[in-house]
Each structure stands twice: as structure tokens, then as C-alpha cells.
Write a protein that binds this ligand. Structure first.
Ligand code: ATP
Length: 292
């Protein structure tokens, strides 16, 4: 058994996100293409011999360091399910903007599960633990690209695309539960028995043998623009310059997609620093950036 290990927790972007209906249990049926990108948090884990003790140190004081942190919870659930008597110390370096629609917390949780399983050589059922931790965790356990349906737990892996992305974050934290609540207010009649007709599902086109995202419609975009009209400046810039752009999750992070690093870099330097632009690359299931 290894006593320490480190790993990367990649952010995901949503290449289109349609909300199809609201289920009786309050969750929503969605259809989206999830894709991991190279922007990542860094996680280091140390195991000790105090039974059942989990501790976490994080360089971002704005997020919880106890059971409110998904990475912490992932370690607790892993210890419970595996029956291993040990302590887990997690060091978390945040790079993914918090509450940005990039799945940062979920990816941290997935990374902790992966690392603990590798270090202890125990697999107490990572898929089940992942879906108990949050809707995006099952996808982030594997990463790469997938068509995601259900409430997020039905993950059908597809070949990862190959692109460069510029992420733009206006710095307004958006709570996903609140975003779904506003969507429900606007669509009170969309229950499971009367679902939405999904006329524009997320779609990848093929370019030089590799998939490239084309249909990036996100049902949260009109809600975000209505609540935060200033954000429309980002959408306007992206519309002018990018062949493909979209909103990730319930926002507020937007992305522009480019085929080359040079195009992405040129766009990145042209946007105001207040949008905190970051250039990153599509990554596959191993976390490696795909070769174009
Ligand atoms: P969601 O998965 O809800 O769509 P998101 O990807 O937009 O979320 P996260 O960065 O995961 O955003 O943060 C959402 C909330 O989760 C924040 O309020 C934050 O305090 C809390 N949180 C818990 N654990 C973490 C973590 N490890 N990293 C970031 N946020 C975390």
C-alpha cells in the first residue's frame, strides 16, 4: 500500500446542455456532452494509521475544509465503504474557479476516489460512491468525453474531441440549485410525463477524423443573461470571434473553442482581464491533452 500519492482533478465543460424535464424526486433530466479540459486542481493524499480520520488543507479559504467539501466527503465515503482503518489527509490546490459551472468540487471528489483506490488497491464500488456524491462525479471519475443523460449519472463515453478552449469567467458565483429553481419557475409544466421536445441536442461534427463540437445550446444561458445582463458582453465578444462558443453548466463560465493554440492565445490576449481568461486544451480520459 502506498502512503502518499498526487493527482490532477480536471475541469469539465458542457458542450451544450438541454434540460428535458423535472423528475418527481426534484432532479432534472438533462442531455449534455461533457468534456474534460486541461485546467485542473491538484490533490495530494497522505495515509496514516489513525482509524477513520479525514483532514483537508486547501489554499482557497472560501471553500469548506470539513465535511462540506466534496473531496473530504469522498474520502469519508471511501473509508466507510472499504472498511479500511486509516487516516486520510488531503491537500487541495484550487485552480478551477469555484461555483463556475466547471465541476471543480465534483472533480476533486472523483480524483480522491481514484487516488484512494489506487493507493489502497481497494475498490469498494467507485461508481456507486461517485453517484452518491453528486450528479457530475460519475463522469469525472473517468473524464474524457461522454454523452450524459438522466440526472447526469447515465454516462456514454465517446471519442474525445480535439480543441483549444479559452475559458472566460465574469467572477459572479452561480449556485446550480438556484439556477435549476429559476428554470423551474419559467417552465412549471415540464414534468417527466410532459418532457421538452429536444429539437437541438448537443452534437459533435467530424473534422479531419476528430469530433468537434457544433451544437452548443445551453438552456441556462437565457436565465443567466436575464439575471446578470452585464455578462452579455462576454457572449457578444465570443459571437464575433469564435467559430464555436458556449456556457458551461449553469454558468457563469463561458468558453470559446479553437482549432489551434495560436487562435486561442490571440483571442485570450484580446479580452479584458476582468473576464479572467484562461487557455486550456481538451483532455482525454487519462487527463492527457489530445493530439491534434
Ligand atoms: P455544481 O457541481 O454544483 O454545478 P460548480 O461546478 O459550478 O458546481 P463547484 O466549484 O463544484 O462549482 O462549487 C459549488 C459549491 O460547492 C461551492 O459553493 C463550494 O463552496 C462547494 N464545494 C464543496 N467542495 C468543493 C471543492 N472541493 N471545490 C470547490 N467547491 C467546493
Amino acid at each position: 500500500m502506498k502512503s502518499s500519492a498526487a493527482g490532477r482533478a480536471c475541469a469539465k465543460i458542457n458542450l451544450g446542455l438541454r434540460i428535458l424535464s423535472r423528475r418527481e424526486d426534484g432532479f432534472h433530466e438533462i442531455c449534455s456532452i461533457f468534456h474534460t479540459v486541461s485546467l485542473c486542481d491538484e490533490i495530494r493524499i497522505e495515509l496514516g494509521d489513525v482509524p477513520g480520520r479525514v483532514t483537508l488543507a486547501c489554499d482557497d479559504p472560501s471553500i469548506p475544509a470539513g465535511p462540506g467539501n466534496l473531496a473530504f466527503r469522498a474520502a469519508e465515503r471511501f473509508l466507510e465503504a472499504s472498511g479500511l482503518d486509516m487516516s486520510v489527509h488531503i491537500e487541495l490546490s484550487k485552480r478551477i474557479p469555484v461555483a463556475g459551472g466547471l465541476g471543480g468540487g465534483s472533480s476533486d471528489a472523483a480524483c480522491v476516489l481514484r487516488l484512494l483506490s489506487r493507493m489502497t488497491e481497494a475498490d469498494p464500488g467507485l461508481d456507486v460512491l461517485a453517484s452518491g456524491l453528486g450528479s457530475d462525479v460519475p463522469f469525472l471519475l473517468g473524464g474524457g468525453a461522454a454523452v450524459v443523460t438522466g440526472r447526469g449519472e447515465a454516462v456514454r463515453p465517446i471519442q474525445p474531441g480535439s480543441f483549444w478552449a479559452v475559458l472566460l469567467n465574469p467572477g459572479i458565483p452561480v449556485s446550480t440549485p438556484e439556477a435549476y429553481a429559476s428554470w423551474d419557475e419559467k417552465h412549471p409544466s415540464l414534468t417527466r410525463s410532459a418532457p421538452y421536445r429536444d429539437d437541438r441536442p448537443p452534437e459533435l461534427a467530424w473534422h479531419e477524423g476528430r469530433p468537434f463540437p457544433v451544437s452548443l445550446c445551453n438552456d441556462f444561458l437565457p436565465l443567466l443573461l436575464e439575471r446578470h445582463p452585464a455578462v452579455s458582453e462576454i457572449a457578444r465578444r465570443l459571437e464575433r470571434v469564435c467559430p464555436a462558443w458556449g456556457l458551461s453548466g449553469s454558468g457563469p463560465t463561458f468558453y470559446g473553442l479553437f482549432r489551434t493554440a495560436a487562435e486561442a492565445e490571440a483571442f485570450c490576449i484580446s479580452v479584458p482581464r476582468s473576464f479572467a481568461p484562461v487557455v486550456c486544451r481538451s483532455s482525454d480520459a487519462t487527463g492527457a491533452s489530445s493530439n491534434w
